[in-house]
Design a protein around this ligand. Structure first.
Ligand SMILES: [Zn+2]
Length: 432
């Protein structure tokens, strides 16, 4: 049974999604209790060199902030061995974390990224869970000022001690480390929701990166054209996309690609949070089948709208663009209006949609609100809900899986959830 799960990991489908980001109106964020902020990392130093680094960074290597010149010198630190409690295809263990990107030897991808693709300042950082490639400029941390600035600068100072809460402008290298810290924040929050336990029996035969066999990969480009060229060259996808979330079939990694052309850092942070959070959810306990689009999209919006409510990331199927401008105004009154007018499809229909691009622009708002409702109703139950969604039985349809997950976690049917959610919207969302 468990061996079949491993086999299924290799054979599963990949998902692509195009994106359009739109500026919306500001409304207060909804609050969900997730993880506490991570305390700043503790490193030992000799002079400016960190003697016990748990990450490789091309810039830190150049500056001698880490004692290694090449990523491969850190193999023992950055790679791991997954030990199974019983043999899998005759093997009791699996080496994980080989230096790969997009199913290539990482060098084959990094060479052009640091060569002909380079736009601003190309930087690559890898730690025990993520591989981050960033090619962007620095940014002004007070334009606009954002709520986690102090905490983030403190965390950053643990790696780059010249940074303090007095630092106004972060350069490209500092910003790249900041994004790695942000990726870990999303990961911690997600893990707190599902109460992830790497030693739990359900993880016994899965990959060490929350269930996938390779690290989560993140690529941030400074220009759309650069991101487009990258997706076309290495994935064979349209070069018109703003980015995508992707699961690699052979390597079993989750990939998030995006660009930050003409957008502020708080905007990039929203897009980044949405994409990394979606990949956390999809890759958790292994990527064996696509989760229902309303849950993945809804969860992505919940996570980014915890950051700010005015930058919303819209995922549509490859090549398809939204035809309307929904999402530019405050979401809550707009959703309330749709519910009051009876213009929202029954959840039973939305829950049966197989593809991300079956959701209309305004349904991005609807599914955000539905997932937000489930999470605000009971975050622990939501964690349970996610776990059941990852426990599809042989022959069970995705729709029946949703029905079972809702019942097991919340004791709700789809119809009952739909009804309760509509009441909640009418009761708690402002009219205008
Ligand atoms: Zn560095």
């Amino acid at each position: 049974m468990r061996h079949a799960v491993i086999a299924a990991l290799v054979g599963c489908a990949s998902v692509a999604a195009a994106q359009q980001v739109k500026r919306g109106a500001v409304e207060p964020v909804d609050v969900y209790r997730m993880a506490e902020p991570a305390p700043p990392a503790k490193y030992e130093r000799e002079g400016k060199t960190i003697t016990n680094p748990d990450f490789f960074c091309t810039e830190c290597a150049k500056d001698k902030r880490i004692p290694y010149q090449a990523r491969e010198e850190m193999k023992d630190i950055l790679e791991t061995v997954k030990r199974f409690p019983a043999d899998v295809e005759g093997e009791r263990e699996m080496r994980c974390g080989a230096f790969r990107l997009l199913e290539h030897d990482a060098g084959e991808i990094l060479k052009p990224l640091f060569g002909e693709f380079k736009e601003e300042k190309a930087i690559f950082i890898e730690d025990g869970f993520f591989r981050l490639f960033a090619d962007f400029d620095g940014f002004h941390t007070k334009k606009p000022i954002y709520p986690r600035r102090t905490v983030e600068l403190e965390q950053l100072a643990a790696i780059l001690p010249h940074v303090s809460d007095k630092t106004i402008v972060l350069d490209a290298h500092e910003r790249a480390h900041l994004y790695l810290l942000r990726a870990h924040r999303v990961r911690r929050d997600f893990e707190s929701v599902v109460k992830h336990d790497p030693k739990a029996p359900y993880m016994d035969f899965l990959g060490p990166y929350n269930g996938v066999k390779q690290k989560h990969e993140i690529f941030i480009f400074s220009k759309q054209s650069q991101a487009g060229r990258f997706m076309k060259t290495f994935l064979g996808h349209s070069d018109q996309l703003d980015g995508e979330c992707w699961h690699t079939l052979g390597d079993d990694s989750m990939v998030a690609i995006m660009h930050c052309e003409g957008i502020t850092d708080v905007w990039l942070n929203n897009t980044f949070t949405h994409r990394v959070a979606s990949n956390m959810l999809e890759g958790f306990r292994g990527y064996q089948y696509d989760l229902p689009p309303w849950i993945v999209i809804g969860f992505g919006h919940v996570m980014e709208r915890r950051e700010r409510t005015d930058y919303n990331t819209f995922f549509f199927g490859e090549g398809k663009r939204p035809t309307d401008e929904w999402g530019r105004n405050k979401w809550k009154p707009a959703i309330r209006k749709l519910v009051a007018a009876g213009k929202v499809r029954p959840l039973a229909e939305i829950a049966a949609l197989p593809h991300v691009n079956d959701l209309t622009a305004e349904e991005h708002g609807i599914v955000w609100s539905q997932v937000s409702y489930l999470m605000q109703l009971d975050l622990e139950k939501f964690g349970r809900f996610v776990h059941v969604l990852k426990e599809k039985k042989q022959g069970e349809s995705i729709y029946n899986l949703e029905v079972r997950a809702l019942d097991e976690a919340y004791g709700l049917s789809i119809a009952k959830l739909d009804e309760a959610w509509r009441e909640w919207v009418l009761k708690t969302y402002p009219a205008l």
